[in-house]
Design a protein. Structure first.
Length: 128
């Protein structure tokens, strides 16, 4: 007799499993404030909390691709000419500086917004 199929979702391959849940307790007022901020930012509560905790706290050198189309990130001080991961071509960059970005941005080598001057800044600046 063949083995019966298991009920539910099949197991994910090793390394692709979902993250671990970490219980955190908030007061009622905190929850209301978090929900309001998440809603105003157009994010779920989980996304908002994750962003608030992980934030933009990875320090990187950055420079602008011509026309400010991309903000390129570097581990070390960049040369004036480099390959832009955003457009794929070798470009002469400008506006070289240091700032804080998210881990996701650092991994991609591109910033979504101007890097922060300090990792604890309350709001993200808009692109120049």
């Amino acid at each position: 007799m063949p083995k019966a199929k298991k009920v539910g979702r099949p197991k994910l391959p090793k390394g692709e499993a979902k993250g671990r849940i970490v219980p955190v307790r908030f007061t009622g007022a905190d929850i209301k404030a978090i929900e309001a901020r998440a809603k105003s930012d157009g994010k779920t509560v989980s996304e908002w909390i994750r962003r608030a905790i992980m934030g933009r706290n990875v320090k990187r050198w950055y420079a602008y691709c011509p026309g400010d189309l991309h903000i390129i990130l570097f581990d070390n001080h960049p040369l004036e000419q480099c390959q832009c991961p955003g457009c794929g071509s070798i470009v002469k960059v400008h506006g070289i500086g240091e700032g804080y970005v998210s881990k996701d941005e650092a991994d991609k080598g591109l910033a979504y917004n101007k890097p922060l001057d300090e990792p604890n800044m309350a709001t993200l600046p808009t692109r120049l």
